[in-house]
Write a protein that binds this ligand. Sequence first.
Ligand SMILES: [Zn+2]
Ligand SMILES: [Zn+2]
Length: 382
Amino acid sequence: MAKDLYAVLGVDRNASEDEIKKAFRRHARELHPDVNKAEDAEDQFKELNEAYDVLSDSQKRAQYDRFGTIPGAASAGGGYGGSGYVDFEDLFGGGFGGMGDIFSSFFGGMGNTGRTQMRTEGRDMGVGLRLTLEEIARGVDKEIVYDRLSPCPDCGGSGLAEDGKEVTCPKCNGQGRVVTVQRTFLGDMQTATTCPECGGGGKVIENPCPECEGQGRVPDRQHVTVEVPAGIKDGQQLRISGFGEAGLRGARAGDLIVTCRIQPHEFFKREGDALHARANVSMVQAALGADIELDGILPDEKVSVHIPEGCQNDEVIRVKGFGMPKFRSDGRGDMYVHVNVVIPKKLSKKQRELLEELAEEMGEEVADVRSPLQKLKDVFNQ
Ligand SMILES: [Zn+2]
Ligand SMILES: [Zn+2]
């Protein structure tokens, strides 16, 4: 014996087409997933739809009346993705926002139609943090000061006064949504919107905390110390869990996302884990070779650089292990010393004589910058 389709819709066996349509609408609304939290609501809805499928079609209805069987029922394996399912657009004129939810809920999410609830979780927040190259070379603890909605210190985030309690929202009866009708030139437009009273949560507070007015969060200036690991890169982000915006009435807080901004350095240029530096070397040091010392990026660090004999201007000397520390791992990059050969702009008499001697030895013509009087003196001194 097949089930009584008239009973499913709650109508008489001789109900008119219009009565059947109205009954279906009424039941469909009752089984709306936002209204009906019962576990078998979906099954009930399927059953309702199946009954309507048959009874709204005069041919199928006649067949059912005569034989008591459901024509073509369950042929789609219990679901109704097949041919015969009800046209909601027709049924509700396409204007009832809530029907979209039946679609999305029962058809596996055909779109985000009107199920928006006000956010209760706190949002993530972003701040920038300026750091020097020295700071990230060794890693640093930095205090960040920012304004956010913090958990209310008076109620601990619950939003309740001492004798306060949560009750079902009277405006939406706990549904979290209200349906409004707008008159437009196209006809009445019904839209379901988030309940302004409870923000969609379906609950309001009796005797809210006076400090936060029941929100559970208050604007506050927050201080947080962030541990910046050595070797972090410019633009890299650190996430501090729970330090974003506090949630509504104790809901989960967002995170604080710290974007590291590394300021340019006076002497060093960073490239990945490598550090580039310029070193002034005299022409004599460049020619003869030398050992020089540079300041490193770490506090009091000295870097010995061997300038090889015959070093050229702009030559690059690699010093292993004196670059930036590797992010979250051992070891350091290398330092690259760019040699800048410096030519003296002013020479003492003795220095000039030595260079002239060198020029003669190398067979090179040099300019004679002596004054006429000096030349005369030099002749007599020879
Ligand atoms: Zn409070
Ligand atoms: Zn409400």
